[in-house]
Design a protein around this ligand. Structure first.
Ligand code: GTP
Ligand code: MG
Length: 356
């Protein structure tokens, strides 16, 4: 199964993009209007659609191909003796098919409503339309083991990119500095790597000290910078290190100039940029924050504070919708212990519990 998100001014444009990239068997998972920030106040709303492909062709509710639309396949030639009544019949069948599709589309939830597996997946915080798509894909009698194995294939978990500069971004208090300390300690203590720390965080009183203290404990170089040229100079000084961890300013992502300001620092550096997000964040907030930070080119996710979340379905929902691979999950306040490398199976276990 392949999942992609498309943005454009019109649904028509999006549908033709989906059709050409995913084919006409694609199904629509979510659709919403978002503000186009490019042109300020005069902006027209944009439409954002997430679509997926590789479903049971006959059972999906929102197939792009409507009856009567061309499938791209050559039409079979009608036999020469085809007479008007047969045409009527064909028309009636098309109409009936249309009605059945409409009925399915409007009763999609009901198809799985009493399924205990659906209840379990919802109780773990996976978004309802994703749950229904998964169950539709697997069929009515699907077992939990089948859901686990499908999710195991779909969830994207990957190591950070090969860059030696790792940038940690996210809204205030999500755990950026603590996570950096955990990763720095792991690099120094377990892998004997030469690690350095740069903080762009000169906004909040005490923030620089927090980084400086961790660097002192680990005996690694630390620099605090407040301009792009200072940042470039600091990177130059740390040029011989294996890994440079960059802490960013903790400010609300809704602050208009925040992302362009950060982008100014990162242009031309080609870092691995992580977006940090607490597991217990509401879906809609996760979507909004991810969209805001997409201006930075986010390469990997780090989900934080998993220990504070009642369930972890938000991680699966975010991953299936946004398709940004997860590299780490943090699980508590202790430095350096409370962090784990992400894998699709640990994410699925975290969400659905250990296999029974
Ligand atoms: N329970 C729990 N707390 C965490 C975790 N990671 C960080 N914290 C706590 O969250 C609080 C904020 O952590 P910071 O690392 O300062 O967060 P930050 O993103 O750097 O914050 P700003 O720089 O202000 O934006 C601290 O009290 C941390 O101990 C975690 O995995 N679990
Ligand atoms: Mg911080």
């Amino acid at each position: 199964m392949q999942i992609k998100t498309y943005t454009a001014n019109s649904m028509k444009d999006i549908l033709s993009q989906i059709k050409s990239e995913l084919g006409s068997d694609a199904v629509i998972l979510s659709k919403r209007e978002i503000a186009d920030k490019t042109f300020g106040l005069t902006a027209r709303p944009l439409i954002e659609v997430t679509a997926a492909v590789d479903f049971d062709a006959g059972t999906c509710d929102y197939r792009l191909t409507r009856p009567g639309a061309s499938s791209g396949m050559p039409e079979p030639a009608l036999p020469a003796f085809s007479v008007p009544p047969a045409e009527h019949l064909a028309h009636d069948i098309t109409e009936l098919k249309d009605m059945v599709k409409e009925l399915i589309a409007h009763s999609g939830m009901k198809l799985h409503e009493n399924n205990p597996l659906r209840k379990k997946l919802l109780s773990r915080g996976i978004r309802p339309n994703l749950v229904d798509v998964l169950l539709t894909k697997l069929g009515a009698g699907a077992k939990e083991s089948a859901v686990r194995s499908l999710l195991g294939k779909l969830v994207r978990a990957e190591e950070p990119t090969a860059s030696r500069v790792w940038v940690f971004a996210g809204t205030t208090g999500v755990g950026k500095t603590t996570t950096i300390a955990k990763i720095a300690a792991g690099g120094v203590l377990n892998h004997r790597r030469k690690v350095g720390l740069i903080t762009l965080d000169t906004y909040r009183i005490g923030a620089v000290d927090q980084g400086r203290i961790y660097a002192k404990i680990l005996n690694i170089p630390f620099m605090s910078v407040s301009s792009v040229s200072e940042f470039r100079a600091a990177l130059g000084k740390m040029g011989s290190l294996d890994l440079v961890l960059v802490d960013t300013v903790g400010r609300s992502a809704l602050c208009r100039d925040y992302i362009p300001h950060l982008r100014g620092y990162l242009d031309g550096i080609d870092p691995c940029t992580f977006l940090l997000m607490p597991v217990a964040t509401r879906d809609s907030e996760m979507d909004a924050v991810t969209r805001t930070f997409s201006g930075l080119d986010i390469h990997r996710m780090i989900f934080t504070k998993a220990d504070e979340a009642i369930h972890a379905g938000s991680v699966i929902t975010h991953n299936l919708i946004h398709r940004i691979p997860v590299s780490y999950v943090t699980t508590g306040q202790r430095v350096p212990e409370d962090i784990e490398k992400a894998s699709s199976s640990t994410i699925v276990h975290r969400c659905l519990g250990e296999r029974t």
